[in-house]
Ligand binder design. Structure first.
Ligand code: ACO
Length: 432
């Protein structure tokens, strides 16, 4: 913490307020405005929280100008190359890489808590066959609070740990049940002898009538995508989890709120929207037409998978996924994947366009992830569900950090009121 401060003067009364400046380990400093209203009678105005730090956090660091992403200090490129999703989960939750025993114990705990209560499973019968899987996900994950309420003392660190393990272990099972429901196929129970992503593939693609063998190319591709999606500091869905959780609600309800926030096309829903967009573009000949539409202020169309609130350079995750696309598509015998060719060409054209250069719009994590998911046989409607499975660890890590932080307060923003001033009620008979 620094002893430096900024001085703010009220232009009318001349009263002065010193705003304390707090310095982070890396990145921009922040000004403490908590005394602003009490002293000056004004609030700060920051729609979309573009310039507001809402908490302190030790989890993830992003430098949007340089395209840097660190989980607990470790660069995403190193984790993508050398780690596994389960190890990254441990790192995010505990702050340090595990030793062999810690990793083995953690992996076993996650691997052996994959089953969900049969009553929870029956919930899926209440959904129509064409319900979007994200709608089922938020409903069923929220319902976990009805099953585990007796062991959830959020102020007990051991209980918080149980919550984290339960969520990480069971969310693939819930996702697979949602998928099987849309297909009308029988649910496939988790297999605890399989690793995290192998088990996920088995629950998605196995059928009771046939033997199923996990495709290692697919399992490794998913593991890598999950590492890249595991956390991203105070993004929309994580902030939603923190906001909902700040009231002291059940963690499962807070995570369900995060799932709902993730679904939107401006956030995690972009991976589905990218494939829809590429399919609409159809061929290289139509790219210019769509780029022109994206630049037209009178057209609501945007290049999906492009742009980011924080990254003003290439999203490091997109760079890794683009590279990985070549390898995975080759491994699956799909090296001539037409959507990938189209996406590469679209990126090339957009990145040379003055509009995208001037606004620093680059491909984000979702631009290429859908191409891999689609190549693995995962349907579009499940792309955001895959994101939710991966991000679950980030959400629960931030929820734990917030609950353990003694300075945390209920989230309650203020507003700039622009409605009518006080007026008297007019009875119905007197209204024109
Ligand atoms: N296509 C065309 N123009 C764009 C795009 C885009 N994809 N993204 C931003 N712009 C333009 C905006 O129109 C705006 O122009 P202006 O300054 O002339 O008004 C400028 O770039 C800044 O954009 P904002 O919307 O103000 O930026 P913001 O930080 O609020 O939004 C967002 C970021 C939501 C990601 C936006 O870039 C977008 O809608 N992208 C497409 C959806 C997407 O890919 N979302 C996934 C993000 S990654 C994730 O959440 C996992």
């Amino acid at each position: 913490m620094s002893d430096k401060h900024y001085t703010l003067t009220d232009p009318e009364s001349g009263s002065v307020l010193e705003l304390k400046r707090y310095d982070p380990t890396i990145g921009p400093s922040v000004l403490d405005v908590t005394k602003l209203y009490g002293s000056q009678g004004v609030f700060t105005y920051d729609p979309g929280f573009a310039a507001t730090a809402c908490c302190t956090s030790d989890v993830t660091y992003i430098d949007g100008e340089k395209g840097v992403l660190l989980y607990r200090g470790y660069p995403i490129e190193q984790l993508a190359e050398k780690s596994t999703y389960i190890e990254v989960c441990y790192l995010l939750l505990h702050g340090e890489l595990p030793n062999k025993t810690e990793l083995a114990n953690f992996e076993e705990s996650i691997r052996t808590h994959t089953m969900i209560n049969e009553s929870l499973l029956r919930f899926f019968n209440g959904f129509h066959y064409d319900a979007h899987p994200m709608a089922m996900m938020s409903g069923v994950v929220g319902s976990m609070s009805a099953f585990y309420h007796d062991s959830t003392d959020i102020h007990n660190p051991e209980h918080r740990d149980i919550v984290a393990h339960r969520l990480i272990a069971k969310i693939p099972t819930i996702a697979a049940a949602a998928y099987k429901h849309t297909l009308g196929q029988p649910f496939v129970y988790p297999a605890n002898d399989l690793d995290y992503c192998g088990n996920l593939l088995s629950m998605f693609f196995a059928v009771p009538a046939e033997e199923y063998e996990v495709d290692r190319v697919a399992a490794e591709a998913i593991d890598l995508l999950f590492i890249l999606h595991a956390d991203h500091e105070q993004n929309c869905s994580t902030s939603t989890v923190r906001m909902a959780g700040s009231s002291g609600t059940s963690p499962y309800s807070a995570i369900a709120a995060g799932i709902s926030a993730l679904w939107g096309p401006a956030h995690g829903g972009a991976n589905e929207a990218v494939i829809n967009m590429l399919e609409k573009v159809g061929s290289v000949d139509h790219i210019n037409e769509y780029v022109a539409r994206a630049k037209d202020k009178d057209d609501p169309f945007r290049l999906m998978g492009f742009g980011h609130r924080v990254y003003k350079s290439y999203d490091p995750r997109a760079a890794i996924i683009r590279k990985m696309c070549h390898k995975v598509l080759e491994g699956l015998g799909q090296q001539d994947n037409p959507l990938f060719e189209l996406a590469l060409r679209l990126e090339e054209i957009a990145l040379k366009d003055e509009y995208f250069i001037e606004k620093n719009l680059y491909p984000n994590v979702d631009f290429y992830s859908g191409i891999i998911y689609q190549a693995l046989g995962i349907p579009k409607s499940m792309f955001t569900v895959m994101f939710a499975i991966a991000r679950c660890v980030g959400w629960v890590t931030h929820w734990c950090e917030m609950v353990a932080d003694p300075t945390s307060r209920i989230g309650r923003p203020r507003q700039l009121y622009t409605g009518p001033t006080e007026r008297d009620y007019v009875s119905l008979k007197d209204r024109g």
